[in-house]
Design a protein. Structure first.
Lengths: 114, 133
């Protein structure tokens, strides 16, 4: 099974270079809007990764600049964030790409008999 | 938060961000830090995360930002990192036992000098006692 790094039939994988934190944030926002603290808690439960608050805000700003998420009106002092339609599309493309790589890796492990 | 030193660490780190960022996220970031510290995150690690974030924020190219402002921010971040580094190890050192060579000379092993004359033995002993911490 050949996996090409340029395999982008569903559009370019814009999440390839944004870093793991941004991808985890998008995955966390896939089931609804969340604010910073809820994102940190959800990502910890989901992936076992503890995002530092500095990393979180950096990733949120980057995703917002790319138009993949948007900030909702502040609830008290907290800004909830919501995934946009382009964000959902980008996440789908990225997850598809990860799935292809993962399947190829498993197949090669099987063929290698290791 | 659990006291003024903790508040000061996080506040200092948040001050390193550009004003535009502080206007947008400042209040929420302070509240988030308080929640994370309440949940058991070490205050120094929260402050360091914000410090790293502030450095990245300044280094991210934006239209209209002057080089001198970036240099000032880096200097502030470096000073704050130095302050944090000097605070954390000092606290850690006070709880850990001293290294073997810092123990009193009476309990330290004395090298075997065998049948060496008294003068040589004295020299070895002095050299052993002269180790500093």
């Amino acid at each position: 099974m050949a996996v090409s790094s340029r395999d982008n039939r569903a559009g370019p994988d814009v999440l390839r270079r944004v870093g793991e934190a941004s991808v985890l944030i998008l995955i966390s926002l896939a089931d609804g809007p969340k604010h910073g603290y809820a994102l940190i808690q959800d990502i910890k439960a989901l992936a076992g990764v503890e995002l530092g608050p500095g990393t979180l805000y950096g990733a949120l700003d980057r995703l917002e600049r790319l138009g993949l998420i948007e900030s909702l009106p502040a609830d008290d002092r907290r800004h909830p964030y919501r995934m946009t339609a382009p964000g959902a599309a980008a996440l789908r493309v990225h997850l598809d790409s990860l799935e292809r790589v993962s399947a190829a890796g498993r197949l090669r492990l099987q063929l290698g008999g290791i | 938060m659990d006291g003024p030193p903790t508040t000061r660490l996080v506040t200092t780190a948040l001050r390193c961000y550009p004003a535009r960022w502080r206007r947008r996220h400042g209040d929420e970031a302070t509240e988030l830090a308080a929640l994370l510290i309440r949940d058991g995150s070490p205050p120094a690690s929260v402050a360091l995360s914000y410090l790293a974030g502030a450095t990245r924020e300044w280094l991210t190219p934006r239209p209209g930002r002057r080089l001198s402002a970036v240099a000032c921010a880096l200097l502030t971040a470096a000073c704050s990192a130095g302050f944090l580094a000097s605070t954390v190890p000092a606290r850690a050192a006070s709880t850990s036992p001293p290294p073997a060579y810092c123990r009193p000379a009476a309990t330290a092993p004395v090298p075997d000098v065998g049948s060496a004359p008294t003068g040589q033995q004295l020299i070895i002993r002095e050299a052993w006692d002269d180790r500093s911490c």
